[in-house]
Design a protein around this ligand. Structure first.
Ligand code: ZN
Length: 242
């Protein structure tokens, strides 16, 4: 019986939904993120805002939320040339991957998360990776995650479970999942409350724009991340779930 989890929590829509998923299922939940020289520290600020808002809005979850871990991973910025860490424009590369791809990033995240989980006695890791997403990052695919679960379990001689609640659903269904988890929380109008919290506090925009507020949240509205979020929110509101 699993009772505790470590959530890879970046402060975006997906990882916030994963955090709600873990708070719904487990008695003790801790969070982890990595500072690797993201172009916009807004992402790291957003996660503290989300944590604060979650505790305030959902008192029944606040008591389960434990330590938050932020690991310095500056070395990742030093070894990768991507538009997430350098000031270059977004484009698709010849291999079909966007230039936001940081090779091995998610493998490194999971390995470090497992090390923290080991030390903290946490049994499950929850991550918001998704194969349905536009980006197609190979280190977010289901096979990669299953291989990591096995490698980490063997390499640390501890039975890890890596949960990926968003793996096979699209952005519209991710909004719906957040709504359903909020409803289950026991808070009155909890579904609407969690959707509104995600709209207001999570950050998605690649350009770090927090000045333009749209129905789907803050962002430039033009970058691939904003467009994906906007399309998903519209489909959720229209009831078209994938
Ligand atoms: Zn944007």
């Amino acid at each position: 019986m699993h009772t505790s989890a470590l959530v890879l929590f970046s402060g975006g829509q997906d990882s916030t939904t994963c955090l709600a998923y873990a708070l719904d299922r487990y008695e003790r939940v801790e969070t982890i993120a990595f500072d690797y020289g993201q172009r916009h520290r807004i992402e790291l600020d957003a996660r503290l805002q989300v944590l604060g808002a979650l505790k305030q809005t959902f008192p029944q979850w606040a008591s389960k939320l434990g330590e938050d871990h932020l690991l310095d991973l500056a070395v990742l910025g030093a070894v990768s040339e991507t538009s997430l860490t350098r000031d270059t424009a977004f484009k698709m590369e010849a291999n079909g991957l966007p230039n936001t791809f940081v090779p091995g990033r998610n493998l490194l995240f999971l390995t470090l998360a497992a090390a923290v989980a080991y030390r903290r006695g946490l049994q499950v890791m929850v991550t918001g990776v998704c194969e349905t997403d536009f980006s197609g990052y190979p280190d977010c695919r289901d096979d990669t995650i299953k291989a990591m679960q096995l490698a980490l379990s063997l390499g640390m001689d501890k039975r890890y479970l890596i949960e990926t609640p968003l793996m096979w659903i699209d952005k519209a269904a991710t909004w719906q999942l957040a709504h359903d988890l909020g409803e289950k929380s026991g808070r009155q109008e909890g579904g609407l409350a969690l959707v509104n919290l995600i709209l207001e506090h999570t950050h998605t925009c690649y350009l770090g724009d927090r000045s333009n507020r749209h129905p789907w949240g803050y962002g430039c509205g033009d970058c691939p991340a904003c467009q994906l979020r906007a399309r998903g929110y519209d489909a959720f509101r229209a009831g078209n779930l994938g």
